[in-house]
Design a protein around this ligand. Structure first.
Ligand code: PSU
Ligand code: MN
Length: 311
């Protein structure tokens, strides 16, 4: 059986893809493991609205009922949000087992990219990517997201990487994997809650049309993913120094409680949410919406450019 036989694509997304209209993929681990209920459900719906408001069709991706679902909405989206941490967190290696067992799972950046590519979606918006964890020289904890970006031809619009990670090492691994890291209107790689990290991106691009031109060429060259880093809006940003104390505390707590492997990122996010009295979540939601807007604009520009090419 072909891999595509496992896809369940919603009617709206299928029609948009067939017509070459802009589509933006959205991940679901951010819903199940990245945010608490009910804010996760509100966020998921608002982000879809933002994509639509900017002229593209949203395609939330998840694994449900033994299917790779593209365009999850309505009651299914609610089921996913309510399930939360009780749902599985699908990394690349989990996919076949989850399909075999018919288990509900949020898809990480890595698996969302994989499923988006299978469905023919080129643009994907999220909050932050996984990366090289601090202390990786001991733990070897490097997110599968970085490997996937190297091989799967999907552009991921994010707000950089959180400083719960080692950003310098994350950028090194992206370089090793051949992943272009573009700054959208910035030369500095953003650090999720903060607009800068002190580390440089590879190239700065200032408009959706410029990014779309680069993506079309990347695709012509049969190369892999592209990471587009879009800083959190000024009004919602934190000073790096203001969040660092909370991150240090969360990392200490994770170590004290022996948190390891795939539980690490959800634990740190939850702890920082508690330590900031919920304020980290407000910023998180603001940056995801901002990424959804830019992703939709890039998707619109890319569709227009591809449609105007000689056949
Ligand atoms: N960062 C966030 N929120 C999230 C994640 C990362 O701010 O929800 C999720 C994404 O789905 C990402 C995953 O792909 O965590 C990375 O997990 P890991 O570090 O276990 O690879
Ligand atoms: Mn990990």
């Amino acid at each position: 059986m072909s891999a595509r036989a496992y896809l369940s694509i919603s009617g709206e997304v299928k029609a948009a893809l067939a017509a070459g209209k802009p589509v933006v993929a959205l991940e679901s681990t951010i819903i199940t493991h990245g945010m608490p209920y009910p804010q996760n459900l509100a966020m998921a719906r608002e982000v879809e609205d933002v994509v639509r408001a900017h002229g593209a069709v949203p395609a939330t991706i998840a694994i449900m009922d033994g299917r790779l679902c593209v365009g999850v909405s309505g009651e299914d989206l609610e089921r996913l949000a309510v399930e939360g941490h009780a749902a599985a967190k699908a990394s690349r290696r989990d996919m076949a087992s989850l399909l075999a067992q018919g288990v509900m799972a949020g898809t990480t950046v890595a698996t969302t990219m994989q499923i988006a590519a299978l469905a023919g979606i080129r643009i994907f918006a999220t909050g932050g990517i996984g990366g090289v964890h601090r202390g990786a020289e001991q733990s070897f904890d490097i997110s599968a997201d970085l490997e996937e970006l190297g091989r799967t031809p999907v552009a991921v619009i994010c707000a950089g990487a959180k400083s719960i990670l080692d950003i310098a090492k994350t950028l090194e691994v992206l370089e090793t994997n051949g992943v272009p890291v573009l700054g959208f209107g910035t030369e500095d790689f953003p650090a999720f809650w903060a607009r800068t990290s002190g580390h440089k991106v590879d190239q700065r691009f200032d408009t959706p049309a410029d990014v779309a031109r680069m993506l079309a060429i990347q695709s012509d060259l049969h190369m892999g993913g592209v990471l587009i880093a879009n800083p959190i809006p000024e009004a919602d940003a934190w000073e790096a120094s203001a969040i660092e104390g909370f991150i240090a505390q969360a990392l200490n707590d994770a170590e004290a409680q022996g948190i390891k492997g795939k539980a690490t990122t959800p634990f740190l996010l939850q702890r920082i949410f508690e330590l900031t009295g919920g304020k980290s979540l407000e910023s998180n939601i603001a940056l995801v919406k901002n990424n959804a807007k830019v992703a939709a604009q890039i998707a619109v520009a890319l569709s227009a450019q591809l449609a105007s090419r000689p056949a």
